[in-house]
Design a protein around this ligand. Structure first.
Ligand SMILES: *[C@@H]1O[C@H](CO)[C@@H](O)[C@H](O)[C@H]1NC(C)=O
Ligand SMILES: *[C@@H]1O[C@H](CO)[C@@H](O)[C@H](O)[C@H]1NC(C)=O
Ligand SMILES: *[C@@H]1O[C@H](CO)[C@@H](O)[C@H](O)[C@H]1NC(C)=O
Ligand SMILES: *[C@@H]1O[C@H](CO)[C@@H](O)[C@H](O)[C@H]1NC(C)=O
Ligand SMILES: *[C@@H]1O[C@H](CO)[C@@H](O)[C@H](O)[C@H]1NC(C)=O
Ligand SMILES: *[C@@H]1O[C@H](CO)[C@@H](O)[C@H](O)[C@H]1NC(C)=O
Ligand SMILES: *[C@@H]1O[C@H](CO)[C@@H](O)[C@H](O)[C@H]1NC(C)=O
Length: 417
């Protein structure tokens, strides 16, 4: 009687205990197997710590188990394999978990970096991939998937090979104070180094610093209630929604806010794109308080996206499109890069993939809409100049949208209404 009581007490104590696992490190060896062997014992009420003072070799992908109340702390440095072929081999393998660091779901999961500037860096050795123009079997970085109540904070990524964080199917995630540095030291462009892909619901992105060569943040279909605030994006392809509706798929994006962000030497600042012949709807999306520095296309909306390398725009037989409703672009201030002959680094074709027929390069806003599927699109309080000193312009087809878009809807000078 007494004995079984104390057994019960001991059980309660263990169930309620928090445990900490310090990931072991071996010089010149892959540190993933030892972590994988132990991690199932730390799948709840635990901290898994890559400790400061150590540079870990994550030479094969990590697939975390389903977690409950778990914190993964990257206090030490982490290095991907230096060999391109090694990485490609794992990405091509049938048991590849979809990202080099794959979370597979759970509740109350935190991924935390280190605020010490010398530690907590995850080094992808991306430069050699960019220099070799190697795009076969590139890994995604961090898949933070199917997590309810999550945090990603203070993470620091150095020269990732390609895509960084993705939050698909997660709910209620706070993503703040992260740094991604994907800038190239050579003339080679860091292709597809997207910062954050926000699939999922109820996400708050704050104070993230991204230098890269693709979207800073991209909001994907299924996203609802996503806010991005107080950010810095350099060299990127903008704060984007889409591409939506590829191959006629039904897209759904709702209640998205991008605000108070500096866009420095980016190709786009605010961008929406849905594929020609798409379906579904993107509703209630606001971009506001955007400061842009030498940006080619500050505001660009297209419902007619297609892959230009596949030839001319397809004549869509679909009478539908991904509908766009209630988009607001407000309080944009900055300078348009209209330098003659300038091409952004991702342009490797002639014309460039981002070429807009008829554009002068001085447009602060381009609305390329599809008849009968766009309502409530407004761009106002735009204050811009061009590097050349030429007056700013707009592109808009008034036979496609009849409501006031905030400026004179024509291909010509930008005239606020
Ligand atoms: C959630 O996890 C954190 C550690 O990441 C822990 O401190 C906290 O107690 C957990 N919250 C709940 C409600 O269990
Ligand atoms: C950690 O990695 C970063 C990026 O590679 C590097 O700059 C830093 O020196 C490393 N820290 C230490 C203490 O080696
Ligand atoms: C939107 O998401 C934020 C951040 O996760 C959350 O605090 C807020 O309650 C959500 N709003 C609604 C209406 O669900
Ligand atoms: C539009 O989205 C914002 C969040 O970005 C939200 O606060 C607001 O309530 C939404 N408006 C409507 C009409 O749903
Ligand atoms: C913009 O980026 C350039 C490098 O491309 C940098 O020198 C400059 O300081 C940045 N400006 C701001 C305001 O961050
Ligand atoms: C316009 O945006 C800037 C940030 O770029 C912000 O500081 C300022 O308060 C905003 N102005 C208004 C009137 O909202
Ligand atoms: C404007 O849209 C109409 C209707 O789709 C189209 O016929 C016309 O060619 C467009 N004009 C321009 C200049 O693109």
């Amino acid at each position: 009687m007494l004995r079984s009581f104390s057994v019960l007490l001991a059980y309660v104590a263990i169930a309620g205990a928090w445990s900490t696992f310090v990931v072991p490190h071996t010089e010149n060896a892959d540190d993933t197997p030892a972590l994988m062997a132990a991690v199932s014992s730390y799948a709840s009420d635990a901290s898994i710590v890559f400790e400061a003072g150590t540079t870990y070799n994550v030479w094969s992908p990590i697939k975390f188990p389903h977690f409950t109340n778990v914190e993964v702390v990257i206090s030490g440095n982490i290095s991907y394999p230096a060999s391109i072929k090694t990485v490609q081999g794992y990405v091509a393998a049938s048991d590849y978990p979809g990202a080099w660091f794959a979370f597979t779901g759970g509740k109350n999961v935190t991924l935390r970096g280190n605020t010490d500037p010398n530690w907590g860096w995850v080094d992808g050795h991306g430069q050699q991939w960019w220099d070799a123009k190697q795009q076969t079997n590139r890994p995604h970085g961090w898949k933070f998937e199917s997590i309810t109540n999550g945090v990603i904070r203070d993470m620091k990524i150095y020269k990732p090979i390609a895509w960084n964080f993705a939050t698909s199917k997660s709910d209620n995630v706070h993503i703040f104070s992260n740094t991604i540095l994907a800038s190239s030291d050579s003339s080679s462009f860091p292709f597809n180094t997207d910062g954050f892909s926000a699939g999922g619901t109820n996400m708050l992105f704050e104070n993230n610093h991204v230098v890269n060569g693709d979207d800073c943040l991209t909001v994907a279909s299924g996203a609802k209630n996503v806010t991005w605030t107080s950010g810095y994006c350099e060299g990127s392809h903008g704060l984007s929604v889409g591409s939506l509706g590829e191959g006629g798929s039904v897209a759904s994006v709702e209640d998205i806010l991008f605000e108070d962000t500096v866009m420095n030497h980016t190709l786009y600042a605010a961008r929406f794109k849905s594929w020609t012949g798409g379906n579904g709807a993107a509703v209630n999306i606001t971009w506001r308080g955007i400061k842009f520095i030498d940006v080619m296309f500050p505001i660009y909306v297209t419902q007619n996206y297609w892959d230009q390398s596949d030839g001319p725009r397809p004549t869509s037989s679909s009478t539908d499109e991904t509908h766009v409703e209630n988009f607001l672009f407000e309080n944009f201030t900055g300078v348009i890069n209209d330098t003659p002959g300038y091409v952004e680094g991702s342009c490797i074709t002639d014309p460039c993939w981002y070429y807009v027929s008829g554009a002068t390069g001085k447009e602060v806003v381009i609305l390329d809409l599809y008849p009968g599927t766009a309502t409530g699109i407004v761009a106002k309080d735009l204050s811009a100049s061009t590097l050349s000193g030429a007056p700013i312009a707009a592109m808009c087809n008034s036979s496609v949208i009849s409501t006031d878009v905030g400026f004179k809807c024509w291909d010509g000078a930008y005239i606020p209404t």
